[in-house]
Design a protein around this ligand. Sequence first.
Ligand code: ATP
Length: 225
Amino acid sequence: MLHVTDVKRMFHAGGIKVLAVNGVSFQVDQGQFASIVGQSGSGKTTLMSLLGGLDKPTEGSIEMDGKDIAKMHDHSLIGYRSKQIGFVFQSYNLVPNLTAMENVMLPMEAAKVPVRKRKERAVELLRAVGFTDDQMKRKPGKLSGGQQQRVAIARALANKPSLILADEPTGNLDSQTGQMIFDLLKGLAHSQRTTVIVVTHDLSMARQADMMFQLKDGKFIEEEG
Ligand SMILES: Nc1ncnc2c1ncn2[C@@H]1O[C@H](COP(=O)(O)OP(=O)(O)OP(=O)(O)O)[C@@H](O)[C@H]1O
């Protein structure tokens, strides 16, 4: 379903050319849980931006269900992002003055899902990430980091995306909570048949994915370390 072929992304910084992504190819099937691991500056965030349609490659193709997003115009990319991609960030990015329920309902409101359906789906998703009815009514400030990330994951799933992109989703969590979030994402990839790609710099976590890609200087390398 996701087919990336020889993707490059070059930046010009102060007269110097930087190949942040330098010829990356891979394929991930529906419902697979993949990890991208690499040190700081290896090109992880740049690659995720390209996959999420937030940036365009200098060369190469990124086919999602047969459509090359590298060739899409800006208005089609906006549609691609809102309908097909769910984003999960290191810093959760929840709206602080909305409850967990309301945060999960927000993307459905943007997609014009009827109110009753929004509520039903938000409850279903929050239960799937382990929330009780009482916790659903709390605002982010009254939830732990791990719980906030669970809300963010439920929100990312709201519009039934084909692909979830999670950039360092466990980066702000202690190792035990981080492992639980990682397991949750893996379980959801399989149970909801949503492809999940997680970026991490934690090799031991990355190894637990169905497939692991190791980035170094913008290229995939054979596993090391
Ligand atoms: N907008 C930009 N302009 C110029 N250079 C950039 C730009 N974005 C990224 N780079 C360069 O591309 C390389 C890859 O950066 P990127 O942010 O993708 O790495 P990363 O693996 O996500 O790092 P980190 O783990 O620190 O977030 C780095 O050398 C970076 O300086």
